[in-house]
Ligand binder design. Structure first.
Ligand SMILES: Cc1ncc(COP(=O)(O)O)c(C=O)c1O
Length: 451
């Protein structure tokens, strides 16, 4: 383009394509931009604003340079976003943690928490009673990256963990209330095993929520959540959170985690030097999340934040309803067994009283005597319960495990896990208990009718 043609264009009305993006600079006293600057002291939204934006305008050349060298501030949502950070602060506070990181799903939280600690040639020990997606990850997928896992059947036996720990073990993993059988974890006992080896205990506390138990207070080092469940609460969005206790001990454990102690490629300070006890979560925030990219949508973050505002009310009600349902089911002749730690008959009742005095959660399983045929009739007869693979919703949900979420297990693996042809998982919602019992009675009546 010649100098003359540029001159001709200066001062001309902007072209359509430019205008649809930037407006007409000359038509307004303000620079024509649809970006809303929020530092105005006169605008104070009561709700968390949704910063639904891929990135943030860099003020000027120097500010950009400063932002990229310090890492402080907002440049791109995969790196940091104020709406997501609001959730992180809230969950860290609720869990009694030092810092939290929000990601796009619970599965992403589990993957990131593990991969931040463990690398090729290293090893994980996990309780075997865990969410089936995590079990599949550990069993089938991480081995492809050179990471092996041993599983412990009796998760509350410290000696069983000790037996399989190797010099290369970098993390222990378990769920506080395991999905689907509500077999409560003795968090303090397993944390002590981890600490004797200088490695962290990661607890997936999705089914408990910090309202029922705060694993960090019992010695766990890292807590992960599927925020898709009780946090969001209404079955609308996915999310995941990792919470760290901020107690990484470089003297005790630094030699096991070179990713935290090695200096950067260009010689900058290591994560341990820069973040001290927060080295693990700083590494997840600065490296694992932006590089692996499981970013949560700010819109989802907003909905999770709204959910968190009623968390205790829902979980308290859901736990009370669950106890009512479990007690009722236990009385029914068609029901062979009920796996709920709130029941006096549960082998996990004493642990539940110790760790979960305010309620034992609302996700548990029970087994119908009539096997898969009874399960089919029962599920198809229900009206109030929703038939779906989800949990922690305000609505009550039901699922037949062997034919759905656990269908990749062999018969032997199923019976090892106590999942029988008649086993159903329920997630109890906030409905009126009488209506839930009437619905379950409808299912049992249908079984009797078919006999
Ligand atoms: C205990 C537990 N952890 C993690 C997940 C994975 O969460 P998401 O579905 O949000 O990826 C689930 C999902 O059911 C779960 O039950």
């Amino acid at each position: 383009m010649s100098n003359r043609s540029i001159e001709q264009r200066v001062g001309a009305r902007r072209g359509f394509a430019t205008q649809q993006l930037h407006g007409d600079a000359r038509s307004s006293a303000d620079p024509a931009t649809d970006a809303i600057k929020v530092e105005s002291p006169r605008i104070t939204p009561r709700q968390t604003p949704i910063y639904l934006t891929a990135g943030f305008v860099l003020d000027d050349f120097d500010q950009a340079e400063q932002l990229f060298s310090s890492g402080e501030g907002y440049s791109y949502t995969r790196v940091a976003n104020p709406t997501n950070e609001a959730v992180e602060r809230r969950v860290a506070a609720l869990e009694g943690g030092a810092e939290a990181l929000l990601v796009g799903s619970g599965q992403a939280a589990v993957v990131l928490a593990l991969l931040g600690l463990v690398q090729s040639g290293e090893h994980i020990v996990s309780a075997s009673s865990i969410y089936e997606g995590t079990r599949g990850l550990l069993l089938d997928n991480l081995p492809r990256f050179g990471i092996e896992t041993d599983f412990v059947d009796d998760a509350n036996d410290p000696a069983a963990w000790e037996r399989v720990i190797r010099p290369t073990t970098r993390a222990l993993f378990a769920e506080s209330i395991p999905n689907p059988k509500n077999e409560i974890l003795d968090i303090a006992a397993i944390a002590a095993v981890a600490h004797a080896h200088g490695i962290p205990l990661i607890v997936d506390s999705t089914l408990a929520t910090p309202f029922l138990v705060r694993p960090l207070e019992h010695g766990a080092d890292i807590v992960v959540h599927s925020a898709s469940k009780f946090f969001a609460g209404h079955g609308a969005v996915l999310g995941g959170v990792i919470v760290d206790n901020g107690r990484f001990d470089v003297d005790r454990s630094g030699h096991l985690f070179p990713q935290l102690t090695d200096r950067g490629r260009l010689g900058g300070p290591s994560f341990a030097e820069r973040a001290g006890g927060l080295a693990r979560i700083a590494y997840l925030r600065d490296v694992m999340a932006p590089r692996f990219g499981p970013t949560a949508s700010p819109l989802n973050a907003f909905l999770i934040q709204q959910g968190l505002e009623t968390l205790s009310l829902r979980v308290e009600r859901q736990s009370a309803n669950a106890l009512g349902v479990a007690r009722w089911l236990e009385q029914q002749p068609e029901v062979h067994s009920v796996d709920y730690s709130g029941l006096e008959s549960s082998p996990f009742h004493a642990l539940a009283e110790r760790y979960l005095p305010d309620g034992q959660g609302s996700v548990f399983s029970f087994t119908l005597r009539g096997g898969v045929d009874a399960a089919r009739i029962f599920i198809n007869a229900l009206d109030v319960f929703t038939h779906m693979t989800h949990l922690g919703d305000v609505r009550s949900l039901v699922l037949h495990l062997a034919s759905t979420s656990h269908n990749l297990r062999t018969d032997e693996e199923l019976s090892q896990a106590g999942i029988w042809p008649g086993t159903l998982r329920v997630s109890i919602g906030i409905e009126d208990l009488d209506d839930l019992l009437a619905d379950l009675d409808r299912g049992l009546t249908a079984i009797r009718g078919a006999a």
